[in-house]
Ligand binder design. Structure first.
Ligand SMILES: [Zn+2]
Length: 161
């Protein structure tokens, strides 16, 4: 003897039953879907489905991505007055200061990292929900940048006249 009516087993009925007494945020617009009937978010129209997910979201890859972008991005902001001076000196035909290449690379990388860092923060909810292996692929580029700098500075330090 089944204690539920037949239609409770349809996907949509199970979704409605799940949302009936729960605060659940729309995965796209964060609208509270409590008591929503049907399979669309009333706020943004996203098609909703009830599914099994991982109980614990793994933050490892995201935290690395965030940290590796935060370092050059925040460094760029803090060094901005000095960078402006550096660019003005470089543009001044009367100035003969020779600005080392590594400074251009560090300031340039900071300029690239800043918008990426902001995007990583704004889309954090989407990023931590991405497949873990894809998240780690995103970590590769900023990790290689820091590794390359470390190797370069090590070589420079060893070969310093
Ligand atoms: Zn929505």
């Amino acid at each position: 003897m089944d204690r539920y009516p037949d239609n409770i087993h349809s996907d949509q009925a199970m979704l409605s039953a799940f949302l009936a007494d729960r605060d659940a945020a729309c995965p796209v617009c964060r609208y509270n879907l409590r008591a929503v009937q049907g399979d669309r978010c009333p706020e943004c129209g996203t098609h909703l489905q009830l599914q099994v997910g991982q109980a614990v979201v793994r933050y490892g890859a995201y935290l690395w991505l965030f940290a590796l972008l935060a370092a050059p991005a925040l460094g760029f902001i803090m060094g901005l007055p000095w960078t402006i001076r550096m660019v003005l000196d470089a543009l001044d035909p009367n100035m003969t200061v020779n600005i080392p290449l590594y400074l251009w690379i560090i300031r340039g990388a900071g300029l690239v990292a800043l918008p990426l860092f902001i995007i990583t923060w704004l889309f954090r909810l989407q990023l931590v929900r991405m497949r873990n292996d894809i998240q780690w692929v995103l970590v590769i580029a900023p990790a290689l940048y820091h590794l390359a700098l470390l190797v370069w500075f090590t070589v420079e330090a060893i070969n310093r006249p």
